[in-house]
Design a protein around this ligand. Sequence first.
Ligand code: URA
Length: 293
Amino acid sequence: MNPKLTIPLPNEHLEKLESDFLYHLGINSKTTNFEKEFGDVKFVCMGGTKNRMFELAKYLQKVLGLRGELVDLCEKAHRYAVFKVGPVLCASHGIGMPSMSILLHEMIKLVSYAKCKDPIFLRIGTSGGVGIPVGTVVVTKDAYNGYIRNEHELAILGERVCRPAKFHEEVYTSLLSCAEPDDDFKTILGNTMAADDFYEGQGRLDGVICEHNEQQKMEFLKKLHNHGVRNIEMEATMFSSLTHHIGIKAGEICVTLVDRLQGDQVTQSNIPKEVLEQRPLTMCGRFIKKHLD
Ligand code: URA
């Protein structure tokens, strides 16, 4: 662990590296001055698609009164898109934990090498709801894996490694307090299940194969509900466990596109998808503005 870093990384091997190439970002510490380029970063916001992160960056420019052309800093690497708006990085992470994990490792190294002070990591996403109206915004408290355990499971050197999957209380409390009485949507605190798959892993009946029936699906969803799970997505356990392990404050805000107790297809709402997807961005903007003020 290098004590000079503001975010000490629990990996002594990194100290022996002469330089570090953040391969999937296309950023090399040999040629980039991390402190100069990224030393002012206070928030790292992540979401699935490049398009959504571009929209977030545009929206944050408005919220923070900033201007300038938005450039994808990682375009050359052809993987993730990263935009910088003042003290905020907006990065796309793709779908699922393997994809997000790579981005997260490299983003955490980036802010650590840049000597950023207490950056907060946020994930802004979409999800399937469990017994709540479509369009509800869920702020995650604890993340559950597909076995309904509050942990993240990873195979390392052939062994099963489990780490607690908890978000930071200060962050989720603060996120919740960003809801306003005039909002035309509800914001709630709930637990989130992170599945390794959109179809069978989320109990859907409409994948190419399915070996369970409607009754078994409903029993599973009700069991999730009894564990306080209010939405299902594909990243929360990895995201919360890695940030928790390192001591980075992190939170997650997702809108629900479907109520899984009503069905599997994402066609239930007559509210346009762009309107639904704007909701977590709005919450994210309020959170950042509040913390900067
Ligand atoms: N994302 C998911 O992972 N599941 C859903 O049902 C909707 C969005």
